[in-house]
Design a protein around this ligand. Structure first.
Ligand SMILES: NC(=O)C1=CN([C@@H]2O[C@H](COP(=O)(O)OP(=O)(O)OC[C@H]3O[C@@H](n4cnc5c(N)ncnc54)[C@H](OP(=O)(O)O)[C@@H]3O)[C@@H](O)[C@H]2O)[C@@H](O)CC1
Ligand SMILES: Nc1ncnc2c1ncn2[C@@H]1O[C@H](COP(=O)(O)OP(=O)(O)O)[C@@H](O)[C@H]1O
Ligand SMILES: [K+]
Length: 456
């Protein structure tokens, strides 16, 4: 049982009432999407099964032909047993033929109580469904991590309750949920207040973008320094993004970056000179820099106490030596870079990002289709707005530029990184399928305008 469920019960709410509301919400979601058809409910032994019995009763009350196939009897004297006792319709054996001939199957086998791998017989049954509606999660998906325990079916619709769980947002779970509906089931506000939430879906309600002061000048909006190396395109992409998101001034520091647009300042001054300039508070270190140079400059910037976003080659320079990253504000690794820096961290993405953030005392942005942003104090956000065409060279450099560009405007590191990841996904969605990394920055202003319009 989830923390919120336990808190609800200790607030005096009856579990049976929540179950009644949950099953009713499932039936309502089905009625809204499908024409009346023959339904088979596969019911497990716990409360997930109990929700299934309620959904069966609610659909039958509307005249739908429904049968329940219990995979195990409900636990004695449980809420699920009470819900099962109220079911007056047909109870049939759970066999593959019945599942195949049903026009819609409700997966009420396992939910939040999934405790081990699902057995092959249950996997085969669920896999035989023509159309599947999952209660809470497709059975086999771990709601806390999105991992699959043994196997899990692909649902057409998943109806969950009170709030999305990490497993609805993290792959592979996300891909198996189909359309996901979150139903309100009367969970009291006091129950939410009792549970200290530390994991969120990344949306604009989590952060507030900086706004320039009416009388501000460019240095007040922030002066970002980006180290440029032999692959200067990476630093130029990051600089464009930082400028579009509102950094007042962006300097590329490097020997001779080629093809720099006119609004970007280039400095060939020695690092020792630049790093002592107090206005150069925030730095981006890594994209296109070369591993050796990145390692050396990173150490120098950390020693100078600068706020640093470390990406790409700066991360590779810390392979197997995560302690080299202590002192930075944020790191933005993809899976490969993460594995290089933290080879011993092997758990799910959410836990790994959290553990890494705690270890180095910095925000970790573990990139991917379900990017996780984790802070050293345990807060974490999971991002779900990134389209797959972001998988194109240079889009990570752009993300690092957005994050550094927000950091330099005074946003705290966790909020800056959450905002950067969401804006990056929203810009990619606006850019559409043919996007290349160069396009992303140009879409940022409209994305920001839309956020303002919706009053986030
Ligand atoms: N509580 C509330 O307030 C609300 C809860 N709600 C609903 O309750 C659901 C959670 O219910 P739950 O805690 O009873 O767990 P559930 O997922 O039904 O399964 C537990 C049973 O399955 C068994 N089992 C586990 N894994 C297994 C495996 N691989 N293979 C075989 N057996 C396995 C496990 O066995 P055991 O480990 O005890 O041996 C136990 O008997 C939640 O998802 C939501 O739908 C809603 O009604 C809203 C309000
Ligand atoms: N399948 C995907 N769906 C959504 N976003 C993705 C996907 N694959 C990668 N991304 C995003 O694209 C970016 C790629 O970054 P990275 O791998 O560092 O690229 P590069 O080094 O070429 O700039 C990251 O922000 C990542 O989250
Ligand atoms: K289920």
């Amino acid at each position: 049982m989830g923390l919120i469920d336990t808190a609800a019960l200790s607030c005096g709410v009856s579990g049976l009432m929540l179950m009644e509301n949950a099953g009713t919400a499932v039936a309502r979601a089905i009625v809204r999407r499908f024409r009346p058809c023959r339904v088979l409910v596969l019911a497990g032994p716990g409360n997930n099964g109990g929700d299934g019995y309620v959904a069966a009763r609610r659909l039958a009350e509307r005249g739908w032909p429904v049968a329940v196939a219990p995979l195990a009897p409900p636990r004695p004297a449980s809420d699920a047993a009470a819900a099962a006792a109220l079911w007056r319709g047909p109870v049939v054996a759970a066999d593959e033929g019945r599942v195949q001939s049903a026009e819609l199957v409700i997966d009420a086998v396992f939910g939040a109580g999934l405790a081990r791998d699902v057995d092959p017989g249950t996997v085969a049954l669920l896999g035989a469904a023509r159309r599947l509606v999952a209660i809470d999660v497709p059975s086999g998906v771990d709601g806390a991590t999105g991992a699959v325990r043994g196997a899990a079916p692909r649902a057409d619709l998943t109806v969950t309750f009170a709030g999305l769980k990490p497993g609805h947002l993290l792959f592979p779970g996300r891909a198996l949920c189909g359309e996901t509906v979150c139903a309100e089931i009367g969970m009291p506000a006091a129950a939410f207040a009792r549970v200290e939430t530390k994991t969120w879906r990344n949306t604009p309600v989590l952060w507030r973008l900086p706004a320039p002061a009416a009388t501000g000048h460019k240095y007040e909006r922030g002066h970002l320094t980006i180290l440029a190396g032999p692959m200067s395109g990476a630093a130029i992409l990051a600089a464009a993004a930082a400028r579009r998101i509102g950094a007042g001034l962006v300097t590329l520091a490097g020997p001779d970056p080629a093809g720099v647009p006119p609004g970007i300042i280039v400095s060939r001054a020695a690092l020792d000179e630049l790093v002592t300039d107090p206005r150069r508070r925030v730095w981006l270190c890594g994209p296109g820099l070369g591993v050796e140079a990145a390692g050396q400059t990173l150490a120098r910037l950390v020693a100078a106490g600068r706020a640093i976003v470390a990406d790409a080659d700066a991360l590779t320079s810390a392979a197997g030596e995560a302690e080299r990253l202590r002192g930075v504000a944020a790191i933005t690794p993809h899976e490969g870079e993460f594995a290089r820096v933290f080879p011993d961290l092997q758990a799910d993405r959410l836990s790994r990002a959290r553990a890494a953030a705690a270890r180095i005392g910095a925000v970790v942005v573990l990139k991917g289709p379900d990017t996780v942003i984790a802070a050293p104090d345990g807060r974490a956000a999971i991002n779900a707005n990134a389209p797959p065409f972001l998988a194109t060279a240079g889009s990570g450099d752009t993300l690092a530029g957005i994050a550094a560009g927000l950091l330099v405007q005074g946003m705290p590191a966790f909020e800056a990184c959450c905002a950067a990841v969401w804006l990056h996904g929203a810009a990619a969605t606006r850019a559409g399928g043919g996007l290349i990394a160069e396009d992303l920055a140009d879409h940022l202003p409209m994305v920001v305008e839309n956020i303002k319009k919706f009053n986030f």
